[in-house]
Design a protein around this ligand. Structure first.
Ligand SMILES: [Zn+2]
Length: 305
């Protein structure tokens, strides 16, 4: 059994995961964001004795070498050797991954991506996270940033619009991440129309044919699908699994697919879009799958040593 955690900026959810993804009773607690020792204790207190390992899904950038996480919403983790400290405290292996990769693994193994050898998972929330799962295994890359498609320069080639040079949390200017999530849509609408509206109101206006909302969503589609076409041409997935509240709007999902279709190299074989189906425990299940894989790797390394 893996003890898996979904760690967000306000709540920590924890559950015991058996086998293919059966989650036992979930516990939810407040996230200590300023006190590192309190954070360690909050996690350690939830771990049952019979857990083989801990899997943590955290919204942030994971450094696999340092075993640390840079999470904007949990500043106490900054620069701390989280993996080693937890291992020392609990005496069990600890595996860290980020929320997008956990989401991708859960959907590839237990959700909409089942049966697909090449799964692209996208989550337009605050930013626009992503994960690539090939033959059931997460593509991490050398530094675990594989799949972070949002952190490259945005462009608007179809509309030819000049984009604002906003600074991204990663330090670069004008990343797709700044435009692609729900907050990005709202920011873009503020930039174009000077209106402070929620993403849902903007999409309602778009469906109703309001001119300001039509302009905003048109530019949004141009920016997001330009970057997405690059990603699809590179990865060549057979399915794109979408999560996050923004994609509950079926008209937007349809418009994203159409715009992507026009801009990829092989439109006849365009990947289909599917909404995420694992549900609220996807980060916990994904963290457990990730940990199980890493445990197997550790065992095979020990056996061949
Ligand atoms: Zn960035």
């Amino acid at each position: 059994m893996i003890c898996a955690f979904d760690i967000g900026g306000s709540k920590i959810a924890c559950g015991s995961v058996e086998g293919a993804g059966d989650v036992g009773a979930c516990v939810r607690i407040e996230t200590p964001t300023r006190d590192y020792q309190a954070f360690l204790s909050a996690v350690a207190d939830q771990v049952p004795n019979d857990a083989r390992a801990l899997g943590l899904s955290i919204a942030g950038l994971v450094d696999p070498n340092q075993g640390s996480v840079r999470a904007a919403n949990i500043p106490c983790l900054s620069g701390k050797p989280l993996r080693d400290d937890l291992t020392g405290l609990i005496g069990k292996p600890v595996f860290l991954t980020n929320d997008a990769k956990a989401f991708g693994l859960a959907e590839a193994h237990n959700g909409a991506g089942v049966g697909h050898s090449s799964v692209l998972a996208l989550i337009p929330r605050t930013g626009i996270g992503g994960a690539i799962v090939l033959d059931g295994r997460i593509l991490e890359g050398r530094t675990m940033v594989a799949g972070e498609w949002g952190h490259g320069p945005a462009g608007a080639m179809r509309t030819g619009k000049v984009l604002p040079r906003w600074t991204c949390g990663c330090g670069e200017i004008g990343c797709v991440d700044l435009f692609g999530g729900a907050r990005g849509l709202e920011r873009l609408h503020g930039f174009l129309a000077g209106e402070d509206k929620s993403s849902f109101d903007i999409l309602d206006g778009w469906c109703a044919g309001e001119s300001a909302a039509l302009d905003t969503v048109d530019l949004y589609l141009d920016i997001v699908c330009g970057a997405l076409a690059n990603l699809v041409n590179t990865v060549d997935p057979s399915i794109i699994v979408l999560g996050g509240g923004l994609v509950s709007d079926t008209s937007l999902v349809s418009a994203l697919h159409t715009e992507m279709w026009f801009r990829i190299l092989a439109p006849k074989h365009a990947p289909r879009f599917a909404k995420a189906s694992v549900g609220a425990n996807s980060a916990i299940i994904g963290a457990a799958i990730f940990s199980r894989e890493r445990l197997s790797l550790l065992k095979s390394e020990v056996n061949t040593a």
